[in-house]
Design a protein around this ligand. Structure first.
Ligand code: WQD
Length: 339
């Protein structure tokens, strides 16, 4: 069965391609290579023994999207990762985000609407919940006004899919990721942030490797047990496996509604200081850090209630925080030594 993975050479996309191939799916990747490289295909090959089909494609080009689907009318499911994801950049350049994340989505859905039946999985984010009133966060928690254009594209994306599914043959699953971290345990694929990492774990591993002087911890005056902000860090391989299970749910028509939503997290909240401690343990070294003021737009706490994902989807995160950080550290060391 042929599955289209848009953004399949990116961080979460590439790990999902691995899990799809491990389960015997035939994968075709489209990616515009704006935030990744063709080398990722070799990593996927090294792990699975198979290079997936690949086409360089910019999904903002409506005609090219149309042409792609004309040539590939036998696609059974689409997992749509292709999007820009830097919160700060989205504030600086909102139209880039609306064009990349919304236009591309609309053009793909337009083609799927022409099919007699279509299965679609969307990368959403816990950012839609903002600062939720209750922890852990359930899927029916209210959607808050987005803090950034990036967050807004995820909310609008969910709404577009929901509207289109109502009047078409599209069945969709919206997956709200908490904080994806880590790398494949083989260290053949992982996260490759361009420039200074904005996310915590890549910043920590780069600092551990000596590429950065010290980590700035954004605030220790939050109302949390140790004062630093709390997040739900989930191993990217666990996250990737959830996509395969969600896809199988759609293919086997197990979905009970045209659009279903699941939180993907571990259910455990970890503070910034706990993440630092976990890194220090797995790397057997001290991490230089200093406490600075809060980062604008950060919420105090966000971790998932995983009941629905566990019971309805039938998926549960397996890896611990330490395992996830150990895999990120192994990957960082491998990438740097290769340079
Ligand atoms: C985690 C914690 C920071 C860097 C973002 C997006 C979200 C999602 C995942 C993705 C926070 C603290 C960080 C640093 C720090 N989407 N921190 N020093 O902000 O929870 O979520 O990524 O595509 O939509 O908003 O993740 O990794 O940036 O931060 O102290 O140098 O680490 O304040 O508490 P965040 P993060």
């Amino acid at each position: 069965m042929k599955i289209l993975v848009t953004g399949g050479l990116g961080f979460i996309g590439s790990h999902t391609v691995v899990e799809l191939q491990n389960e015997g799916f035939e994968v075709i990747i489209v990616d515009d290579l704006s935030n990744t490289s063709l080398k990722v295909l070799d990593g996927i090959d090294a792990i699975t023994g198979k290079i997936p089909a690949f086409e360089k494609l910019d999904l903002r080009d409506k005609d090219k999207v149309q042409d792609f689907f004309k040539r590939h009318h036998d696609i059974s499911g689409v997992i749509h990762f292709a999007a820009s994801k830097a919160v700060g950049e989205s504030v600086e350049n909102p139209l880039l985000y609306y064009e990349n994340n919304i236009n591309a989505l609309v053009y793909v859905l337009k083609e799927l609407q022409k099919m007699t039946e279509a299965n679609f999985i969307f990368s959403s984010s816990c950012t839609v919940y903002g600062q939720a009133e209750k922890m852990p966060i359930t899927e029916d928690a209210s959607i808050q006004i987005a803090m950034s254009p990036y967050g807004n594209t995820k909310q609008i994306g969910e709404e577009i899919i929901t509207d289109v599914a109502k009047v078409s043959n599209i069945n969709a699953i919206l997956l709200r990721y908490f904080n994806p971290i880590g790398a494949h345990p083989s260290a053949e694929i992982g996260e490759l942030p361009i420039g200074v990492p904005q996310n915590l774990v890549p910043f920590i591993t780069q600092t551990g490797f000596g590429l950065r002087k010290e980590l700035s911890v954004y605030g220790d005056d939050y109302r949390t047990p140790d004062g630093t902000a709390v997040r739900d860090y989930i191993h990217v391989v666990d996250l990737a496996k959830a996509h395969v299970i969600a896809l199988q749910r759609l293919l086997n028509k197990k979905n009970v509604a045209k659009v279903e939503t699941f939180n993907l997290g571990t259910g455990t909240g970890s503070s910034v200081l706990e993440v630092i401690k976990a890194f220090e343990k797995v790397s057997e070294q001290k991490l230089p850090y200093k406490i600075v003021t809060r980062r604008e737009g950060d919420v105090t706490s966000a971790y998932a209630n995983t009941y629905k994902a566990n019971t309805v989807l039938g998926w549960k995160a397996q890896s611990t925080l330490e395992e996830a950080i150990a895999s990120a550290w192994k990957w960082e060391q491998k990438v740097r030594k290769a340079k």
